[in-house]
Design a protein around this ligand. Structure first.
Ligand SMILES: [Zn+2]
Length: 126
């Protein structure tokens, strides 16, 4: 699961696609994954719990990312199955209300910089 998060950060769409279970690939075509990864700046990942048997695993995590100057946060309980490798099948997601970020606040990525000097999307207004 961490490796999938890293792949999102690195825009490694092939990896994200390959680690989807074959039954889910049609619903998650590469261009959609690529567009999401490119427009999102992932700023934190917290793994809350892992449960694993030989065939199935569940990983609960909290993730925060910025998209177009809005901070998104959700918690997901992801289900993985083991075949020749671990594959992501689906997850139950709980979304927080997105927060519009003002330019002069401290950037939520904890860089210590102001948002406008860090992850702010420079092409949009405000
Ligand atoms: Zn930042």
């Amino acid at each position: 699961m961490r490796s999938r998060y890293s792949a999102y950060c690195l825009h490694d769409v092939d990896y994200i696609y390959r680690t989807y279970h074959t039954s889910c690939r049609a619903d998650n075509p590469k261009p959609t994954l690529a567009a999401f990864a490119e427009n999102s700046h992932f700023i934190s990942l917290k793994v809350l719990s892992c449960e694993q048997s030989s065939q199935q695993g569940y990983v609960s995590f909290n993730v925060r990312y910025i998209q177009q100057n809005v901070l998104y946060e959700f918690t997901e309980r992801s289900r993985f199955v083991f075949e020749d490798a671990w594959y992501y099948v689906d997850g139950v997601m709980t979304d927080k209300t997105p927060v519009k970020l003002q330019r002069n606040i401290l950037c939520p990525c904890n860089s210590g910089k102001k948002f406008k000097q860090c992850h702010r999307h420079r092409l949009s207004g405000n």
